[in-house]
Ligand binder design. Structure first.
Ligand code: ATP
Ligand code: MG
Length: 569
C-alpha cells in the first residue's frame, strides 16, 4: 500500500463512530448536514466542516444536506445564501435536492414548544434579561428558580400564543425549558427556547416576531431531517446535554451530535464578524479579496477546490484545538500547481540587460519546456533579442560569497538560452541607479548547455525587452503581520496588525505568449511563484496576474534540473 493509500485508510474518530454504527446496524443510511448561517461568506474553516460532512456522506453512500441555519434574521440575506450555495458546489460537493432552510420549520418548532409547555416541560417567563442572567447564576453555585417557573400551563400557553401575535414588546417574555436550575451545566438551567424580537426575515418577511434560540432550533432541524450524525465544532460540546434533552422530551428522532476541533490558521482571522469588519472598513477589496480566507477569496487568489480539499484532509479531524500554520495551506496549492501549472518567463522588477555581441534586430526563437514535471505539457518558443530584461535583484556590482547570479566578470545561464558573461553596467549619473547591465553571450551554449562541460552555477530568467508585454501583477501576501491574532493585547484592534505590504501592485514584463493566457487559469513564473489570471479584471490580450504563493527558489544556486532541456528551435 502506498503512503497515499494508507492515509486514506486512517479513520478519524468520527469516521470510526460512523463505521461502527453501520457495522452494528444502528444506521443503514448515513445522513449528515452542513448548517451555515447565511450571515456572511463561508471560509476555509467552513471548508473543513464541509469536507467532513459531505465526505462522510459520500464515503458511506449516504446524503449530506445543505441547510441554511436562518433562525436569527438580523444579519442574514440572500447574497450570503447564494454565495454559500455557490461555494459549496465550487468545492466539489453535491447536495442534490437536499437544500433546506431552518426557517421553513418555524411552524413546527412553534408546535414543539407548545408541546413542551403542555407537558409541563417549558414555561413563559417574565424575568428581564438582567434578572434572567442573575437567577441563572454561575457554574460553581446553583441558580435560583424563576418566580414564573410554576405558572399554570394554560397561562403559559395563552402567553405564548399572544407572544406570537405580537402583543408584547421585544424581550419582555421568553419561553424557557424547565430543566434544572442547580445543574453544573449552565445551559441546562432553564434555557431560553423562544424570544420576542421584531426582525425582518429575508425569506419570511414579518411573518414572525418570535424566534427560536439556536439550542432549541438546531436539534429539531437535525431530527426533522433524520440526520444521523450532526457534526459541529467543540464549543457546542457543553450544549449537547440540552440537544439530547430536547429531542428526548419531544419524543423525536434522536440525531447524534459529535464535536470536533475548529480550524484556526496562523496570520488569519476567521470570525465572520471580523471578516465583515475588514470588508465594511474597506481594508480589503470585498469578500472575494484574494487575501481573505473566504472560499470566494481563495478562489479569486487561485486556490483550486482540490487543493483546499487536500488541505482539509491533511489537517485531519481531532478533538484538540490548535493553530494550523497557514504555510500548510500554501503548501497544498504549491504542491498541486507544481504538477499542473505551465511555466513562463516573467520579470517582475526589470532592469535592462544588453547582450553587446548579439546581432541587432535578430529575434531568435528559444524553445522552452512548459512543465518539467509533466513531459506531456510540451514546449513553446520564447523570443530572444539583443536587449532583454532581467530581475534587478539578479545583478550585483560586487558578488558576495555564495552569489552566483549576474556580476561583473561572472558567467551565468539565461534560462533555456545562452551562457552570458557580465561585462559591467551603466548607471544614472545623478541617482547612481543601475540603468543597464551589459554582457556578452557565448554562441555555442545554445539551450543553456556548455559543450565543454564547464559548470555554471547560476541560472536566471529573462524576457525580451522589445518582444515582451507589460502586465499588471498583484503580489499578494499574508493579510496580517502577526501569527496569533487571538493573543493580541487588550485595547489593541486586530486591524492594527494588517500587513501593509499584503497587496503590492506592479507592472511586470512577461513573455508574449502570456497575452493569450485564459482568465481563470494558473501558471508558474519561473523562480517567482504561482500565479492566477484574475477572472474579474483580466481582458482578452491583457491578463492581470494574482500571485497565489511564492516559489521556493530551488534552482538559482545549483545546477538546474532541466536547464539543458531547452533547445534552439
Ligand atoms: P459565527 O461566526 O456567526 O458564529 P460560524 O463561523 O460558527 O459563525 P456558521 O455558519 O454557524 O458559522 O457555521 C456553520 C458550520 O461550520 C458549523 O457547523 C460550524 O461548526 C462550522 N464551522 C465554522 N467555523 C469553523 C471552523 N473554523 N472550523 C471548522 N468548522 C467550522
Ligand atoms: Mg455559528
Amino acid at each position: 500500500m502506498s503512503t497515499e493509500e494508507k492515509k486514506e485508510f486512517a479513520l478519524d474518530f468520527i469516521r470510526e463512530i460512523v463505521a461502527d454504527d453501520i457495522k452494528t446496524g444502528k444506521h443503514t443510511n448515513i445522513i449528515t448536514r452542513f448548517p451555515p448561517e447565511p450571515n456572511g461568506y463561508i471560509h476555509i474553516g467552513h471548508a473543513k466542516a464541509i469536507c467532513l460532512d459531505f465526505g462522510i456522506a459520500l464515503e458511506n453512500n449516504g446524503e449530506c444536506h445543505l441547510r441554511m441555519d436562518d433562525t436569527n434574521p438580523e444579519k442574514e440575506n440572500t447574497e450570503y445564501e447564494q454565495s454559500i450555495i455557490g461555494d459549496v458546489r465550487w468545492l466539489g460537493f453535491d447536495f442534490g435536492k437536499h437544500l433546506y432552510y431552518a426557517s421553513d420549520y418555524f411552524e413546527r418548532m412553534y408546535e414543539y414548544a407548545v408541546q413542551l409547555i403542555k407537558d409541563g416541560k417549558a414555561y413563559v417567563c417574565d424575568l428581564s434579561q438582567e434578572a434572567f442572567k442573575e437567577y441563572r447564576g454561575v457554574p460553581t453555585r446553583p441558580g435560583k428558580e424563576s418566580p414564573w417557573r410554576n405558572r399554570p400551563v394554560a397561562d403559559s400557553l395563552d402567553l405564548f400564543a399572544r407572544m406570537r401575535k405580537g402583543e408584547f414588546p421585544d424581550g419582555s417574555l421568553v419561553v424557557r425549558a424547565k430543566i434544572d436550575m442547580a445543574s453544573p451545566n449552565i445551559h441546562m438551567r432553564d434555557p431560553a427556547l423562544y424570544r420576542i424580537k421584531r426582525m425582518h426575515h429575508y425569506r419570511h418577511g414579518d411573518k414572525w416576531c418570535i424566534y427560536p434560540t439556536y439550542d432549541f432550533a438546531h436539534c429539531i432541524e437535525d431530527s426533522i431531517e433524520k440526520v444521523t450524525h450532526s457534526l459541529c465544532t467543540l464549543e457546542f460540546e457543553v450544549h449537547r446535554p440540552l440537544y439530547d434533552w430536547i429531542l428526548e422530551n419531544l419524543g423525536m428522532y434522536r440525531s447524534r451530535q459529535i464535536e470536533f476541533s475548529r480550524l484556526s490558521l496562523s496570520y488569519t482571522v476567521m470570525s465572520k464578524r471580523k471578516l465583515l469588519e475588514l470588508v465594511q472598513d474597506g481594508i480589503v477589496d470585498g469578500w472575494d479579496d484574494p487575501r481573505m480566507p473566504t472560499i470566494a477569496g481563495l478562489r479569486r487568489r487561485g486556490y483550486t477546490p482540490s487543493s483546499i480539499r487536500e488541505f482539509c484532509r491533511s489537517v485531519g479531524i481531532t478533538k484538540y484545538d490548535g493553530v494550523t500554520d497557514v504555510g500548510v495551506l500554501e503548501h497544498s496549492i504549491r504542491t498541486e500547481l507544481n504538477k499542473t501549472a505551465p511555466r513562463f518567463l516573467a520579470v517582475l522588477n526589470p532592469v535592462k540587460l544588453v547582450v553587446t555581441n548579439y546581432p541587432e534586430g535578430t529575434v531568435e526563437k528559444i524553445q522552452c519546456v512548459n512543465n518539467p514535471e509533466d513531459p506531456a505539457a510540451g514546449t513553446r518558443v520564447v523570443p530572444f533579442t539583443k536587449e532583454l530584461y532581467i530581475e534587478r535583484d539578479d545583478f550585483k556590482e560586487e558578488a558576495v560569497k555564495g552569489y552566483f547570479r549576474m556580476a561583473p566578470g561572472a558567467e551565468v545561464r539565461l534560462r533555456y538560452a545562452y551562457i552570458v558573461k557580465c561585462t559591467g553596467c551603466v548607471k544614472d549619473p545623478v541617482t547612481g541607479e543601475v540603468t543597464e547591465v551589459h554582457c556578452t553571450y557565448d554562441p555555442v551554449t545554445t539551450g543553456g548547455n556548455t559543450p565543454d562541460g564547464r559548470k555554471i552555477k547560476g541560472t536566471i530568467h529573462w524576457v525580451s525587452a522589445t518582444e515582451s508585454i507589460e502586465a499588471e501583477v498583484r503580489l499578494y501576501d499574508r493579510l496580517f503581520s502577526v501569527e496569533r491574532l487571538d493573543d493580541i493585547e487588550d485595547g489593541k484592534d486586530f486591524k492594527d496588525f494588517v500587513n501593509k505590504t499584503s497587496k503590492v501592485v506592479i507592472k511586470a514584463r512577461v513573455e508574449p505568449s502570456l497575452a493569450g493566457a485564459e482568465s481563470g487559469s494558473h501558471c508558474q513564473f519561473e523562480r517567482q511563484g504561482y500565479f492566477f489570471i484574475d477572472p474579474v479584471d483580466s481582458v482578452k490580450g491583457k491578463p492581470v496576474f494574482n500571485r497565489i504563493v511564492s516559489l521556493k527558489d530551488a534552482w538559482s544556486k545549483q545546477e538546474p534540473k532541466g536547464a539543458g532541456q531547452g533547445k534552439k528551435a
